[in-house]
Ligand binder design. Structure first.
Ligand code: GDP
Ligand code: MG
Length: 499
């Protein structure tokens, strides 16, 4: 980038947009960032330039940003909306502070030379809108990353034209108006209504459109360009004083670079010096110094931005306070810092005791947080035994697969040569053992249900300190799991499944 890339293009260091607000916002962000990532992003309003073709919109925007990169000229140059996202890059020790530009359609490619940026804007415009004056509402996204800018978005828009030329469709005026409206309709958009001083302000398209979307004039600033090429014998004082079209936030008159300056690559710094000289040389503007020059326009915008920050501050503060309360509450939960081993042991014991207590409370049904939706704890175990288990036991048929013939056969086999008078013991045992095996599955099901419930209870046991000692919580879960599994094992020993 050339020397004009410096954001401080004159001695007052306030010519570029946001320059006076940057220190405040940076300080705010320094305060907010450690508390919250998202909060620290203070969203600022967008700024869009509106006006008829060749009124000087791109020139104004460029001077405000303090960098040379937009295509300008007497023909239709801006043929697609350009969203210029300024991104503040916090300065890090290893950062050389260089600024770069990156296009949305070329992610990852950094442009350090802003002449190339302009070339790419032109090429990308041609790609989408053709080479013959075509217009497209498809936005070009351009990001400038720098430690010297505010996080905000500026929009350069095509100018309003009336007569279609080149490849432009017959309804070009309606299309462009709609395109502009889509941007300036948004409530957070500051409108720079640009009108050239060498035509009548009463016929200004920019002011008319701005009034449509901002009837109270709370977000419209009038910008009068080309004060240097007015008809001899006239001046822009009446415009600037709001005598022709009154405007709540008023007007600022500027002198941008003329076509010859552009052709000769005159820098922004020189252009600003020329502008300053112009207003000095024209005594009619002497009394209006607060309404003349790019630095004044930047100042006005900065005041609006400051006002915006002032408006968002209370809500930021409220948000901060509520977070502070939440964090303090969380901190309280963690309890006192304990250093000595004895104290640590005492705490551990108390946690374990409370855990056991919480477990017994659940078993006894004395818990404070009793569910009304489902059975839990001791009640559920009671239900498993009393309802599920008993019911499945009752469903078992004791004589399943056992016919009278089987019994007779067993008795006969047990008596051998003798006649049977009583039912002998051995066949009884053989037969009963077979039938008792039928009870195995209901018993194992009951075991599984009780085990599951106990595990659930152990996980549900909450002691406030667990938030402070998450590893202890996990260890306790492990130990409880093992303890319960150890209890299950002998009970399920006959089982083929393993618990
Ligand atoms: P846009 O179409 O509204 O974006 O206008 P540009 O910024 O492209 O400017 C259109 C033409 O007007 C260019 O040739 C500029 O050099 C010229 N121009 C813009 N502002 C001024 C100004 O204040 N004084 C003079 N003499 N020429 C200007
Ligand atoms: Mg333009």
């Amino acid at each position: 980038m050339g020397e004009e890339s410096s954001p401080c293009v004159n001695s007052t260091c306030c010519t570029t947009i946001g320059s006076s607000v940057i220190p405040t916002i940076n300080r705010l962000q320094d305060i907010l960032t450690p508390v919250s990532g998202e909060l620290s992003k203070i969203s600022l309003p967008q700024v869009a330039v509106v006006g008829s073709q060749s009124s000087g919109k791109s020139s104004v925007l460029e001077a405000l940003v303090g960098r040379d990169f937009l295509p300008r000229g007497c023909d239709i140059c801006t043929r697609r909306p350009l969203a210029l996202m300024l991104e503040n890059r916090p300065r890090k020790p290893d950062d050389d502070g260089k600024e770069w530009a990156e296009f949305r359609h070329l992610p990852g490619k950094r442009f350090y030379d802003f002449t190339k940026v302009r070339r790419e804007i032109l090429a990308e415009t041609d790609r989408e809108a053709g080479r013959n004056k075509g217009v497209s509402e498809n936005q070009i996204g351009l990001k400038i990353s720098s430690p010297n800018v505010l996080n905000m978005t500026l929009i350069d828009l095509p100018g309003i034209t009336k007569v279609p030329v080149g490849d432009q469709p017959t309804d070009i005026e309606t299309r462009i108006r709609k395109m502009i409206m889509d941007y300036i309709r948004q409530e957070n958009c500051i409108i720079l209504a640009v009108s050239p001083a060498n035509s009548d302000l009463a016929t200004s398209d920019a002011l008319q459109m701005a009034r449509d979307v901002d009837p109270t004039g709370t977000r419209t600033i009038g910008v009068i360009t080309k004060l240097d090429i007015m008809d001899r014998g006239t001046n822009g004082c009446n415009f600037l004083l709001g005598k022709v079209v009154p405007l709540r936030l008023g007007y600022v008159g500027v002198v941008n670079r003329c076509q010859e300056d552009i052709n000769k690559n005159r820098s922004i710094r020189d252009a600003l010096a020329y502008e300053e000289q112009f207003f000095c040389d024209h005594p009619e503007y002497n009394g209006l110094s607060d309404r003349c020059g790019i630095p004044q326009l930047a100042k006005k915008l900065n005041q609006i931005l400051e006002q915006h920050v002032r408006i968002v501050l209370p809500s930021l503060k409220a948000e901060l306070n509520s977070r502070l309360t939440a964090v303090a509450k969380e901190l309280q939960k963690y309890g006192q810092v304990v250093e000595s081993k004895a104290e640590q042991e005492a705490i551990l014991l108390s946690i374990l005791a409370r855990y056991c207590e919480a477990f017994s409370t659940m078993v006894d049904g004395k818990s404070q947080e009793m569910s009304t939706k489902e059975l839990s704890g001791g009640a559920r175990i009671h239900y498993i035994f009393q309802s599920i288990f008993v019911k499945t036991l009752e469903e078992v048929d004791p004589c399943q697969d056992l016919s009278d013939e089987d019994i007779w056969m067993a008795i006969q086999n047990a008596t051998g040569l003798r006649n049977a008078l009583f039912v002998p013991e051995v066949p009884f045992e053989v037969l009963v053992r077979k039938q008792i095996a039928l009870l195995l599955d209901p018993c194992l099901q009951c075991l599984r249900f009780v085990y599951d419930e106990l595990i659930k209870m152990s996980r549900a046991c909450e002691v406030t300190e667990f938030q402070r000692f998450p590893i202890l919580r996990r260890r306790l879960d492990d130990v409880m799991g093992k303890f319960l599994r150890d209890g299950v094992r002998p009970a399920g020993e006959n089982d083929r499944k393993s618990y």
